[in-house]
Structure formats: C-alpha cells, structure tokens
Design a binder for this molecule. Structure first.
Ligand code: SD4
Length: 333
C-alpha cells in the first residue's frame, strides 16, 4: 500500500498510528515513519452528536446518513426538526424574542472542505440552518445578516412566517414587567442545537442553529453563527460546537480552540474541558452566573462534552443507538 494511502486509511479507521505527527497542518507527509501503537477499536460509522436532549433530530440525521444521504443534507434535516418544533423556545419558530419582541435567528454550517455559511440576526424564516447552507452553497459569501439574509431566503424559495408564538409572546410580556435588564444564559433557559456528524467515509461536518439569548438587545448576535466561536470543523482533526452564553464563547473563540487542542493531541473530552477552563480561569470570570458547554468529535470518532454547570447533556447516535448522556461539569460547588 502506498504510504499516503496507508496514512489516509489509518486516520479513517482509527488504526493506532500517531496521525497528528505524520501530517503537517497543510496535509503534507513528513519524513518520519508512522509509529504503530495499540490499535483502538474501529469506530462504527456514521456518528451524529448534538447539544441537549434532541433525540428526534439526531435520529433523523443519523438515519439519513445510514440511508446514504449527504452529510450536509442529514445535518440540515436534523436541525430542521427542532427549528419547526414550536415547543423548543430557543430555535427557529417559537424561539424566545429579543427584548423588543422580535425573534431573531443565528445559524451556521461548515463542511469537510472548510466551506462555511451563516446567517445572523435573521427574522421571519423558520429554517435558519437551510439559509446558512444556501449561503455556503449558492453565494460567494460566508455570512448574511438581517434583512439581506431574509431577502436571500425568500428569493431561494422559503416562506416568511411569524416566528413569535403565543407562548413565547406571553413569557416575554411577563419578562417586560421585570425592572432590571439582565439577560443571561443560566442553567435551564437555553438549548441551541449544535450538531456534528461523521459519515461512513470518516468525513466530518457540523451545524448550529439558535434564536440566541432570550431578551437580548435588538441587534445582538451570539456565538452560534460565528465560525470558530459557535462552530468549527477541520476534517483532518475534528469538530466542535458550543451552546450557552455566546459572549463567553466568542471571547475565547471556543470551538476553534477545542479543535486546535485536539490538533495538539488532546482527546475531545480533554479539549472540551480545557476550553471551559479558559472561561473559568479568566481574571474576573463571570462563570458562576452563566452556562457554557461544548461537544466535540475527533477523526477517530471519539467524542467529548463538558459544561460549566450541571444540567447539560449530549445526544449521540451510533450503531443504531440514540442516547442522551448527562455531561460532566466544572462547578461542583
Ligand atoms: C447565544 N449560544 O446566542 C447562543 C445561545 C444558546 O442555548 O446556546 N442557547 O449566545
């Protein structure tokens, strides 16, 4: 077998060689020989993981992959499930509004080639992830905002809808009665969908969709549509996606950080933990009041997840099993 092919196959199947030390960051082969180590189990593919308890969405994406659908279409279908679900008040239709009563959506998607697309502060369109995908596929741009994103969505055949449901409206009206303006993401009030998938070929892509921080200021954009913060995919290394208080994620470029830590040899679990520690260890860190969580996958199909506070969970589809797993967390008090 040609050396280049051997290394490529080994990285796909998880055969135990030090892949990171044999490939430079631009993918060129260095001169040293790969060193065999104890062979870990070959990961069973496909794998889909997502933030929070979104079993239906994850199963939809996982089954689409099993049926041979493309990875981006599988991710889109999975995210669409939550975007349409009005009972999910942090994504798509039914999402909680900003403090002026407008539901504004952020979403991003990134593929195995490093292509990406996102929408920020978009209103009146339920399927934000589908618009982000179209930005990636059909435009020369990476990010569309506000009215421009909405116009592009309509021109692409999507319909305008009122995203503010009665339930979210009533809650917002009640919130308006409170005097102090203090929108925070704590332990219960959020569940942005971040979804990462690895297909049968071992290729990785990711998606993220949200209505963002409830009762945010008009115009506020979070981490979710910002490539490197809310989502990052490097098909040679792995991928990560964030949920929680976007401001803290942006300040540490969290998802890029998780992937770079994996590049340095950390497992997905270690990388998620270290990225959370960056937030906690900051001088004047506000971590006691906010929740942030990461999930990650590496090229061997290993996964990791970690949060600041209790209450976070990850859903994982692999081997025809679809399970929700409670995350370990930092703040044990
Ligand atoms: C944001 N990270 O807008 C998003 C919110 C979130 O679960 O994750 N909600 O900051």
């Amino acid at each position: 077998m040609k050396r280049r092919n051997f290394i490529k196959n080994a990285s796909l199947t998880g055969v135990g060689i030090a892949v990171g030390s044999t490939l430079s960051s631009c993918g060129e082969i260095k001169s040293e020989e790969p060193k065999p180590t104890a062979a870990p189990e070959k990961a069973s593919l496909p794998i889909v993981i997502a933030t929070w308890d979104v079993k239906r969405a994850v199963a939809t994406a996982g089954e689409a992959l099993q049926n041979g659908e493309g990875i981006l279409s599988a991710l889109e279908k999975g995210c669409n499930i939550e975007e349409e679900d009005e009972s999910n008040q942090t994504v798509g239709k039914g999402g909680r509004p900003d403090r002026d009563g407008n539901v504004t959506l952020d979403a991003s998607i990134m593929d195995k080639h490093g292509n990406c697309g996102s929408v920020v502060y978009m209103q009146n369109i339920t399927h934000a992830i589908s618009v982000a995908k179209k930005v990636m596929e059909d435009t020369p741009h990476v990010m569309l905002a506000g009215k421009g994103a909405e116009q592009f969505a309509v021109e692409s055949g999507m319909k305008r809808e009122n995203l503010l449901t009665e339930k979210s409206k009533k809650e917002w009206e009640k919130w308006l009665e409170e005097k102090e303006y203090k929108p925070i993401i704590n332990i219960e009030n959020h569940d942005t969908i971040g979804m990462l998938a690895m297909d049968e070929n071992g290729d990785i892509s990711g998606a993220c969709t949200t209505s963002g921080l409830a009762y945010k200021m008009a115009g506020r954009v979070g981490d979710s549509p910002i490539i490197g913060s809310g989502l990052f995919v490097d098909n040679e290394i792995g991928a990560a996606v964030a949920t929680g208080m976007g401001e803290e994620v942006v300040k540490t470029v969290g998802s890029f950080l998780v992937v770079e830590l994996m590049r340095q040899g950390k497992t997905p679990q270690e990388a998620c933990e270290e990225a959370i520690m960056r937030i906690i260890d900051k001088p004047n860190s506000n971590y006691k009041n906010v929740q942030v969580a990461y999930i990650a996958i590496n090229k061997k199909g290993e996964t990791g997840y970690y949060s600041i506070h209790e209450g976070f969970s990850m859903t994982k589809f692999q081997n025809n099993e679809n399970v929700n797993i409670k995350s370990d967390f930092y703040n044990k008090k």
